[in-house]
Design a protein around this ligand. Structure first.
Ligand code: GRF
Length: 203
């Protein structure tokens, strides 16, 4: 079972798509144990509360240094029995001690076809602006493992959308977001199934 903490900074539409897939029974082997946001006002926290899920506002600004911030994050995760982290629009870097404690157990969704159009500065509309400026005919979304570098860990699953003539960053973002909502539950489902199979092989 993936006991998941979802981290986000904003609206949380990907988180809602994950919850919907769990409710509909299309995403199995996954339970949401905790939702974390650096932003107290983030929609993702209100969605969590509306679903009676633990919602935690946790920001570096509440702590004197990264070490104490990371320690608080780790203890919140452990308290809830979290064994997997899904970043869904989380705009902050995950502290390296948390990445180390959850090695190969943190994934992220990125609104482009990695390894292209990722890395520092490639977030929100900047991504889609860059895709259009490069004259790409296709874009999409990627779910990938998270390591110490932004958007660099191995890709798990991708979905492609066309870039259409006359696309604006906003219209392309909306098309990509639609496939993100299918992609994230599918990727989590795949990881949970793979893990269940591995666990069964070891028992
Ligand atoms: C998505 O486009 C995701 O790919 C990116 O941040 C956005 C989050 O949107 N990492 P939401 O908060 O899930 O609506």
């Amino acid at each position: 079972m993936l006991n998941v903490a979802v981290f986000g900074s904003g609206t949380g539409s990907n988180f809602r798509s994950i919850l919907a897939a769990i409710d509909q029974g299309t995403l199995t082997g996954v339970t949401i144990r905790l939702v974390v946001s650096n932003n107290a006002e983030a929609g993702i926290l209100s969605t969590a509360r509306a679903h009676a899920l633990p919602a935690l506002h946790l920001s570096q600004k509440q702590f004197p240094d990264e070490e104490s911030f990371a320690a608080a994050m780790l203890s919140a995760l452990r308290e809830r029995g979290v064994n997997f982290i899904a970043l869904a629009g989380y705009l902050k870097r995950v502290p390296s001690s948390v990445v180390a404690a959850y090695r190969n157990r943190i994934v992220n969704i990125h609104p482009a076809l990695l390894p292209r159009f990722g890395g520092a500065g490639m977030y929100g509309l900047h991504v889609h602006e860059a895709v259009i400026a490069a004259g790409e005919k296709a874009s999409g979304a990627s779910v990938h493992y998270v390591d110490e570098e932004y958007d660099r860990g191995p890709v798990i699953l991708q979905k492609t959308v066309p870039v259409l003539p006359g696309d604006t960053p906003e219209s392309l973002a909306a098309r990509v977001l639609t496939v993100e909502h299918e992609l994230y539950p599918e990727a989590l489902s795949m990881i949970a199934a793979r893990e269940a199979k591995e666990n069964a092989a070891h028992t």
